[in-house]
Design a protein around this ligand. Structure first.
Ligand code: CMP
Length: 138
């Protein structure tokens, strides 16, 4: 079984989409193995997005991600990383397939409702960033 890290970003929480997003995960065979609501400060958001530190959007992105509460989840299932990416749709919501979370709800390339790990190594790092062993269902 594969695991991936998902974040319902501050825009998703503010728009009242927590239930809708989790319903999409669960109805497509992804099980929730851990879940919590957090409020990241700027430093914590910067640490999470460290790989994007040199990007032009880094400051704006980390301001946004520390602007309000997020829900962080571990999703588990066969091919969970890819399945989650398909359910989210492309980062740029204008290029996301119809029926994906971002196509349906995102309002900009930055405020795109959800984050998902992009590969196994990223998933391990991102899960470890938010969850300790006691918080993960076995
Ligand atoms: P996410 O999947 O969380 O990974 C990095 C985030 O940076 C991305 O979703 C967007 O929220 C944001 N992002 C990516 N590309 C851009 C961009 N060109 N301009 C602004 N924000 C971006």
């Amino acid at each position: 079984m594969e695991r991936t890290l998902s974040i319902i970003k501050p825009d998703g929480v503010a728009k009242g989409l927590i239930g809708e997003v989790i319903k999409r995960f669960e109805s497509h065979g992804l099980k929730v193995a851990a879940l919590k609501m957090i409020s990241m400060n700027k430093k914590q958001a910067e640490g999470f997005y460290d790989v994007h530190r040199q990007k032009s959007f880094f400051n704006s992105l980390t301001d946004f991600m520390s602007s309000g509460p997020c829900v962080v989840l571990i999703l588990e299932g066969e091919g969970a990383i890819e399945k989650n990416r398909q359910l989210m749709g492309a980062t740029d919501y204008t290029k996301a397939d119809p029926g994906t979370i971002r196509a349906d709800f995102a309002s900009s390339i930055e405020q795109n409702i959800v984050h998902g790990s992009d590969g196994p190594e990223t998933a391990r790092y991102e899960i470890g960033y938010f969850f300790n062993a006691l918080e993960i269902v076995r």
